[in-house]
Design a protein. Structure first.
Lengths: 280, 264
């Protein structure tokens, strides 16, 4: 068993992939509980899709996807924040417009600029191709996200729970809104090589949703979400290594399996407590 | 002499002078004038869309005035942030978050300064005191999802008390809670008021206002009347606010008509 676990460590590319998978899994699932409780899944999906034109131009100019991470994330977060705030068509509609139009623009730019990108890798992830500098960047992004969430936890929680109350209290809600959008965008862009544009949403929301089913408090749900996220990404990578499966979809399916188990456990727990109440 | 008498020195705390708020071309408040003294307990009544929540939002510095002025202790609502705590309508809060009572009350002491969160003992003392004041100290570690509507309202009031502000705004504090919980909340508000806080409560219940409140502010986009409930709640004012429903209130309410109190 231990031999099986250690087997991938014979290869440098697998060590890089495991570190990246850990960092991506942790980074997305720290923010997941905030995102699902604020119903921001669609927004996160739009952020992932909106990266395509930036990646197209960036790669055309000679940058890697990881190197584009922070500036692209800030640009997308600010742009989405401004558009949603200043259009009167409704948040969902505004996100939908950005989502589809940016994705379309990305494909057009890839074609126009004749950029050599493997679209399948971009859409579904290709973690085995990460370089050493990519690993440093993704680990740095995890550190940034982790530290900022720790430092601003109380403020982000207040703003997420009761934005009006937070504004009346005098919190800088505009700053907190953009701070969270930027963190989310950083986690998404930083994880594109791991799970790709299409599947990044699954690693953001599925571990968090599973954690919500088996925990009672928000802080515990973050800890359990991180555990589920890391287990999903590492286990998915092992499955892809041993069974020769695509890595991104494997991670996503492991996360889904965890969610199904959490769902069943939640149902059994509720039935148990109902039975206890009936007997007493 | 009780605390309220000491603090209620008849000095105006909230002054609205021709306050107007428009949303696009639609007026929400037009030329509203009133002056509320420190330590008063004021009911803000009016029909749906009459401007109660708009006035609270303006007082809380959430929306700008189109015309006129609104002063809190001589300052604009934006400058006076911190002096006002706001208990919003319950549907404006994201109840998805599985938070403990303690976490919600702690929001009352959360500021922009990250360093202010390190003084745990002082913060915990404030949370405990606020929860004692609303009678929920034993619920401190409970999940808010396990509380009743009345208890949730008291948790939000505890959050406002932890903020230690001078003015408390409660928007629809009595909606979606049963009569017993309404009585509990009113008793709680009375005790907070005795500590010298100025309290404004938006409510749809115009019955027995003179028993519960020092003053009533009647709004229907403009200020229909402001003053002692037993004096200003006349049939004319009720009609100005609620139009064709006047008869309903005249038959059921306890307001005083000219020279004839319906309670008598």
């Amino acid at each position: 068993m231990i031999e099986l676990i250690l087997d991938p460590f014979k290869y440098d590319f697998m060590i890089r992939s495991l570190i990246t998978a850990f960092a991506s899994g942790a980074m997305l699932s720290i923010l997941g509980p905030f995102a699902i409780n604020r119903n921001m899944g669609f927004m996160a999906d739009a952020m992932a899709h909106a990266t395509l034109p930036i990646i197209a131009v960036g790669v055309f100019l000679g940058f890697s996807i990881s190197e584009l991470g922070v500036p692209a994330a800030i640009l997308i977060a600010i742009f989405l924040g401004i558009i949603i705030k200043n259009t009167n068509v409704g948040e969902d509609t505004a996100i939908g417009i950005i989502f589809s139009s940016f994705f379309a623009l990305g494909f057009v730019l890839i074609s126009l600029l004749n950029v050599t990108i493997n679209l399948e890798d971009l859409l579904f992830g290709q973690i085995l191709a990460v370089s050493t500098s990519d690993v440093y960047i993704v680990v740095s992004l995890l550190t940034i996200v982790f530290l900022i969430v720790i430092v601003y936890f109380k403020q982000l929680l207040f703003y997420s729970f009761d934005p009006i109350g937070a504004e009346v209290k005098g919190l800088n809600t505009t700053f907190l809104n953009y701070l969270f959008l930027i963190l989310l965008s950083i986690a998404i862009v930083g994880s594109l090589q791991t799970v790709g544009i299409i599947l990044v949403l699954s690693m953001l929301i599925i571990p968090a949703a599973a954690a919500k089913l088996v925990t009672d408090t928000f802080v515990t749900s973050i800890k359990v979400s991180v555990l589920f996220g890391v287990v999903s990404s590492i286990t998915g990578l092992y499955l892809s290594y041993f069974l020769n499966l695509p890595s991104g979809p494997s991670m996503s399916l492991v996360a889904t399996t965890i969610f199904v188990l959490a769902f069943l456990s939640n149902k059994i727990r509720k039935k148990g407590s109902l039975a206890t109440v009936t007997i007493s | 002499m009780d605390t309220k008498e000491v603090n209620s020195v008849n000095t105006p705390l909230i002054v609205s002078d021709g306050c107007c708020v428009h949303f696009g071309n639609a007026p929400a408040l037009e030329g509203v004038n009133f002056s509320i003294n420190r330590g008063r307990k004021v009911a803000v009544v009016g029909p749906n869309g009459g401007g109660k929540s708009t006035l609270f939002n303006a007082l809380a510095g959430l929306i700008p005035l189109t015309e006129g002025s609104l002063k809190i202790d001589g300052k604009s609502p934006n400058e006076a942030k911190g002096k006002v705590s706001y208990v919003p309508q319950k549907d404006l809060i994201n109840w998805n978050f599985p938070l403990s009572v303690k976490q919600v009350v702690e929001m009352g002491v959360t500021t922009n300064k990250v360093s202010s969160l390190f003084n745990r003992k002082k913060i915990n003392d404030k949370i405990k005191k606020a929860l004692q004041d609303v009678g929920l100290e034993e619920k401190i570690n409970d999940n808010i999802k396990s509380l009743s509507g009345g208890q949730l309202q008291r948790v939000l009031i505890a959050r406002a008390l932890a903020q230690d502000s001078e003015i408390l705004l409660l928007d629809e504090a009595f909606s979606a809670v049963d009569i017993g919980a309404q009585e509990d909340i009113m008793q709680l508000i009375n005790s907070i008021n005795l500590d010298g806080k100025t309290i404004l409560i938006a409510t749809h219940d115009v019955n027995n206002l003179e028993e519960k409140f020092d003053e009533v502010l009647c709004l229907n986009k403009h200020c229909c009347a402001y003053g002692d409930p037993s004096e200003v709640l006349t049939p004319e004012v009720i009609e100005e606010m609620y139009g064709s429903h006047t008869e309903l209130f005249m038959n059921k309410s306890h307001f005083k008509t000219e020279g004839n109190n319906s309670n008598d």
